[in-house]
Design a binder for this molecule. Structure first.
Ligand code: NAD
Length: 374
């Protein structure tokens, strides 16, 4: 068993998720690289110190460079707001460190390209936090599709709706700024949709017709004590074409009341259909046409030890994994690639293409025309 020193930058929702994954990884998977929590970073020494205690790190800093240049750190988690990803990830890659970077890749396509170049120049592994592709149920769906269970894929439909920003009185945050976040619902949640689309259809989106809407155009900034403009999308939609000829539509909203993690997709084939709802993340609904129509109907597949990753957590089906467990599956993918020198998905190459699709949808929505992605 070999250790790998890890450093986490940013200790909010995702910094916590990465840290829990690092802490639990050896207990769950038992074999392979064992993460060693070296150092954690947040904006102030006080917050970093508190989070080091909470998350189990022995050292802390308020300066991300100290994580990236720490000789004991071989794997860096980038869990900060989107506009900081590029600088941190590029510095880490230039130091030869592996990078687990949260999605979206960055806040602009040009920054993401620089990240891609830094990745291509080195030998380090990268993975972007498109965790919904690491759910055992979703991996099983891909296997069913590959095994021809639903025939030739005809269409992909997906929505990701949440009510995080549905309250128009909610204060302004970095997520509502093109400068700090890039696009809005597009980068924040539609990016996940695109990752799942590529994963399940096994082909990339190459043509889009997008549409956007900003529902709450102004919000009060508590820090600066003034009303600020919201300049990125609350709602985003697109008609999509894949390189392999499959067509579909996708959409995302951050202002849909009642939708907590309303991430639902359907994949329609010539012999059947598979449906998924993230709010029931341990289930697949599968329809395959029967000889007798009287026995037709969707059946529910519950995840269990026969599905990828699941048996490492639980011996019996139906006991259910959660979001943090799936994050651990994502980490396991990266640790395996580091240990065995294999590729990961989605690495910075796949991630950059996802960014290109996001930008094409944004561009197409603004221009009111179809846009191709090369
Ligand atoms: P958050 O606001 O909860 O946490 C961000 C943390 O980064 C805060 O603790 C903040 O103090 C710290 N921070 C900001 N700038 C920093 C800097 N320069 N150096 C060190 N620390 C700094 O945000 P979050 O929800 O954890 O989002 C972080 C990233 O994760 C974003 O890119 C977001 O899009 C992504 N995200 C991914 C998922 C997913 O499902 N994979 C879910 C939520 C967020």
């Amino acid at each position: 068993m070999k250790n790998i020193g890890v450093g986490v930058i940013g200790t909010g929702f995702m910094g916590k998720a990465h840290s829990i994954a690092y802490s639990g990884s050896a207990s769950v998977f038992g074999t392979g690289l064992r993460p060693k929590l070296e150092i954690v970073c947040d904006l102030s020494p006080e917050r970093a110190s508190q989070r080091a205690t909470d998350l189990g790190f022995s050292r802390y800093t308020a300066n991300w460079q100290e994580v990236v240049y720490d000789p004991n750190v071989k794997l860096v988690s980038v869990c900060t707001p989107n506009d900081t990803h590029a600088e941190i990830a590029i510095a880490a890659l230039n130091e030869g460190k592996h990078v687990w970077c949260e999605k979206p890749m960055s806040s602009s396509l040009s920054d993401s390209k620089k990240m891609l170049d830094a990745f291509k120049d080195g030998t380090a592994k990268t993975i972007i936090g498109y965790n919904y592709t690491k759910n055992p149920a979703v991996i099983h769906a891909r296997e069913l599709i590959k095994n021809d269970t639903i025939g030739r894929v005809a269409a992909f439909f997906c929505r990701y709706d949440v009510d995080n920003e549905a309250d128009g009185k909610k204060t302004w945050s970095w997520r509502m700024s093109r400068k700090a976040s890039g696009t809005g619902a597009n980068g924040d949640i539609l990016s996940h949709v695109i990752s799942v689309a590529h994963y399940l259809v096994d082909s990339e989106i190459c043509r889009v017709a997008g549409d956007i809407n900003i529902v709450h155009t102004e919000r009060y900034d508590e820090k600066e004590k003034k009303i600020k403009k919201v300049d990125n999308d609350d709602i985003i939609s697109a008609l999509i074409h894949f390189k392999n000829g499959v067509k579909g539509h996708i959409g995302a909203s951050r202002v849909s009341w009642g939708k907590k993690c309303g991430f639902t997709w359907e994949i329609h084939g010539t012999k059947g259909t598979i449906c998924f709802d993230q709010e029931r993340l341990n289930e697949l609904k599968v329809f395959t046409r029967q000889e007798q129509s009287s026995t037709d109907g969707f059946r529910t597949i519950l995840t269990g030890p026969e599905h990828p990753f699941y048996a490492s957590f639980l011996p019996n089906g139906g006991h259910s994994l959660g979001f943090m467990d799936v994050k651990m599956c994502e980490l396991q993918t990266l640790l395996f690639a580091i240990e065995h020198d294999t590729s990961t998905w989605p690495d910075f190459t796949a991630g950059y293409y996802i960014e290109k699709v996001m930008e094409a949808i944004d561009f197409s929505a603004t221009e009111g025309s179809w846009k191709s992605i090369s």
